[in-house]
Design a protein around this ligand. Structure first.
Ligand code: FAD
Ligand code: SF4
Length: 340
């Protein structure tokens, strides 16, 4: 077995130069190292990006926020500006993993964590995502965790992140550096559906470095947002279904604007603009919320074992909308998992 080279970069140009030829960036290592230990991924080189100055959280000129890619999930969740203006993001991050993992996991790494499909991790089984063209063991196999929306005959895996569901609802923008220069990717275009190439989780090119995640101004949603996550255990478990809701509600009680994103149901966080448009200008009601949920779940298709997710997702959307109307719930608790 070939040895893996290790390089600790001190600036972005150095990191980009060393990532060519099959190298991989490493930040918290909470996903990549696991995948290497299971022989699912075997990069030629590890380029450690923790020495880059990409850990800060800073306001933008237009009232948004710029999250550094190597900032830790826990620091992001508890940052005063995130808590005040983006409580949806705080709630989503704190619903994920465990305190220890959130203290280590980086913002950029969270976006690029890979699916938790059992077969992807089991190198003895066919998997189109791990070994393109080998087949999909999940189809006809164990599908409790798998997709009900946007799947393809090549792959029915879901994206496992909680943070990304909130970022989708908030309309985040991913800032990327490459040898060719810098560019920005709208969050809706960042993760992709599996189609015929499930080996590609995102629209990034090999060697692309995420430098920042930009949050557009969202103070109008801060008072009425909710993140709900349904899973098999109360902690340390990925979502069967999760939902991020952000509502801008006027003085007359009508919804001015709505954002709804689903997690655990597709290869990417799932948003349907037409479902959100149904709520705009309307007074909140159970009937209205049920219609929005139906529009969001339109075309949902179970695999048998995971059929329950369709109804679970519908109910989750309605409940999250009701909770958001009632007011944002502060789930930051005792702050016991802050990194000291
Ligand atoms: C037991 C366990 C439970 C978990 N539960 C949850 C959960 O419930 N919800 C949830 O959302 N997550 C959960 N996670 C996943 C965790 O959030 C991710 O592992 C973590 O966010 C990845 O961040 P990292 O910095 O450790 O990434 P790394 O492991 O360092 O990297 C992951 C990938 O991202 C790439 N990468 C990292 N940074 C950059 C960058 N700046 N630019 C380009 N590429 C980059 C790496 O090359 C690699 O391919 C869990 C993880 C574990 C181990
Ligand atoms: S669902 Fe996707 S990740 Fe899972 S076995 Fe099939 S191809 Fe692989």
């Amino acid at each position: 077995m070939n040895p893996i080279a290790y390089f600790r970069a001190t600036d972005a140009n150095e990191a980009l130069a060393h990532a060519g030829g099959g190298g991989r960036f490493i930040a918290g290592g909470t996903n990549l190292i696991d995948l290497m230990k299971e022989f699912v991924m075997r990069p030629a080189a590890l380029v450690d990006i923790n020495g880059l100055s990409l850990g800060d959280i800073a306001p933008t000129a237009d009232g948004g926020l710029l999250l550094g890619a190597t900032g830790r999930n826990a620091d992001t969740a508890y940052h005063p500006l995130v808590r005040e203006h983006y409580p949806l993001l705080t709630a989503a991050i704190l619903a994920g993993a465990s305190p220890q993992i959130r203290n280590m996991a980086s913002n950029g790494g969270n976006l690029l964590q890979r699916t938790r499909c059992h077969y992807f991790y089991d190198v003895a089984t066919p998997c189109n995502k791990r070994a393109p063209g080998s087949g999909c063991s999940a189809i006809g196999g164990l599908t409790r965790q798998h997709a009900i929306l946007g799947a393809s005959p090549q792959c029915i895996a879901v994206h496992p992140s909680d943070m990304c569901v909130a970022l989708a609802a908030l309309g985040a923008i991913v800032h990327v550096s490459s040898a060719a220069g810098q560019r920005q990717i709208a969050f809706a275009d960042f993760h992709r559906l599996p189609g015929d190439q499930p080996e590609h989780d995102t629209t990034l090119e090999p060697g692309d470095l995420i430098t920042h995640i930009e949050l557009p101004p969202a103070a109008q949603f801060a008072a009425h947002s909710a993140y709900l996550k349904f899973r098999d255990r109360a902690s340390y478990a990925f979502a069967l279904v999760s939902v991020a809701v952000a509502l801008d509600i006027g003085d007359d009680g009508a919804v001015r604007e709505a954002r709804i994103a689903l997690g655990g149901v597709a290869h990417k966080p799932w948003r349907v603009p037409a479902a959100e448009a149904l709520l705009a200008g309307q007074q909140p009601s159970a009937t209205l919320f049920a219609s929005a949920a139906d529009a969001l779940l339109s075309g949902a298709q179970g695999q048998g074992e995971n059929d329950f997710k369709i109804d679970m997702a519908r109910r989750a959307v309605v409940r999250a909308l009701e909770q958001a109307v009632a007011g944002t719930y502060d789930n930051t608790g005792s702050e016991r998992d802050r990194a000291d």
